[in-house]
Design a protein around this ligand. Structure first.
Ligand code: AMP
Length: 396
């Protein structure tokens, strides 16, 4: 089966076509600047990247351009659209309504819309992408894969906030967690690599990318995760603050004359390691600046690693132990010095790193020594493949 995987943002659309038998990516790319001007990036397997500037007033034109590129006579990965057997959509917020991936129909779309106010920036874009695909390929089955679904197994003591209970009853205010597709993929994969039963392991997954979250997976179930009602809670990220005293939010807003939207913009887009360092949200830039003696870049790196280690420690406590810790996503897969800084703080768990193994980039590899009490792995994430697998499982 060929699965078209679609990940819509407010002005972007990332896509891949994956053959589910070979699990090969037949083509991939993205549409950028939708609603502004429009740019399509398309790359067939083994081929050159093509960039085309063309107007994309809405996601519908963007999807149409992707389909045209996929079936282009010269460079298209497919002969015709008939070769697309199913479409898998990443959907950010499924609230409490979706505990697993689901086949998309009118009722599902209406229910996703009900979750819009929980993810006002993301869910409407996801729905626009779904509707565009439905219009252009009405007979192709579609599956929604939710970032939140994997975390619906969290116990109530983990997901409730310490605010009046009625806010949960009236508005469903609680921790939901995100990156579920990645946490699920990585935790399953590490069990395979270790040759262990997934349902027997206590795993902590550190998904450290521009957005970053940690998840405690106890016997195959997410039991806690660092993001919350929105992706703003938890770790210090590229540009997001992560955990902060809510009183500081009011204090800053008053001092800076910001309204709620203004202060949330600061916490989401101007904070994190970028806000602290004043250098960049990218760890490659931070590492360079720190090496050159930039104290704030060093501080940003130390704060990031400290917060990761603190969450790992708390999740080891939440599960009453941990068998394996996994690092994944852009920073987790590529940045050995961050992994070392985190693991050095976790010596009390009996972790010892294999320095040579840790000196690698983007590889699936065990980075702890054989006598380390807790195993530590780098497991590259692959959210698109996970979405394709979920899609095939439901469509079949
Ligand atoms: P992601 O959101 O998973 O794509 O991760 C993006 C972040 O990963 C970037 O902002 C970088 O800080 C980091 N990153 C990606 N590739 C590398 C690399 N080769 N070396 C160091 N950091 C990297």
């Amino acid at each position: 089966m060929n699965v078209l995987v679609i990940n819509c943002g407010s002005s972007s659309l990332k896509y891949q076509v994956i053959n589910s038998d070979s699990e090969e990516v037949l083509a991939k790319g993205l549409c950028e600047r939708i609603g502004i001007d429009g740019r399509l990036v398309y790359q067939p397997r083994g081929g050159e990247k093509e960039i085309t500037d063309a107007p994309m007033p809405t996601h519908k034109e963007a999807v149409q351009m992707v389909l045209d590129a996929l079936t282009n006579e010269k460079t298209g990965a497919l002969k015709s659209l008939d070769e697309i057997d199913a479409i898998g959509h990443r959907i950010v917020h499924g609230g409490e309504k979706f505990t697993a991936s689901t086949l998309i129909n009118d009722e599902v779309i209406a229910t996703v819309e009900e979750c819009n106010d929980l993810a006002p920036l993301h869910n409407p874009a996801n729905i626009i992408g779904i509707n565009a695909c439905r219009e252009l390929m009405p007979s192709v089955p579609m599956v929604g894969v939710f970032d939140t679904a994997f975390h619906q197994t969290m116990p109530k003591e983990a997901y409730m906030y310490g605010v009046p209970y009625e806010y949960y009853e009236k508005y469903k205010v609680r921790k939901y967690g995100f990156h579920g597709t990645s946490h699920s993929f990585v935790s399953k994969r590490v069990a395979e690599v270790m040759g262990k039963d997934y349902n027997s392991l206590k795993t902590i997954v550190c998904h450290l990318g521009n957005g970053a979250s940690i998840c405690a997976v106890d016997h195959g179930k997410s039991v806690d995760t660092s993001m919350g009602l929105s992706p703003l809670e938890g770790l210090i990220m590229g540009t997001r603050s992560g955990d902060i005293d809510p009183s500081a939010v009011e204090f800053i807003a008053n001092k800076e004359g910001l309204d709620m939207a203004g202060i949330l913009n600061v916490l989401n887009k101007k904070s994190g390691v970028e806000g602290i360092s004043g250098v960049s949200s990218d760890f490659r830039d931070l590492e360079k600046a720190a090496t050159e003696g930039n104290e704030r870049a060093k501080l940003a790196i130390d704060m990031f690693a400290y917060r990761v280690a603190k969450y790992v420690g708390s999740y080891a406590a939440a599960m009453n132990g941990v068998d394996v810790i996994c690092f994944t996503a852009g920073i987790g897969e590529n940045t050995g010095f961050i992994r070392k800084k985190v693991c050095d703080r976790l010596e009390f768990l009996g972790i010892t790193l294999d320095a040579a193994a840790n000196d690698t980039h983007g590889e699936e590899i065990k980075i702890s020594t054989d006598d380390s009490k807790v195993a530590v792995y780098v497991i590259p994430t692959n959210e698109e493949l996970a979405i394709a697998r979920e899609t095939v499982a439901l469509v079949k």
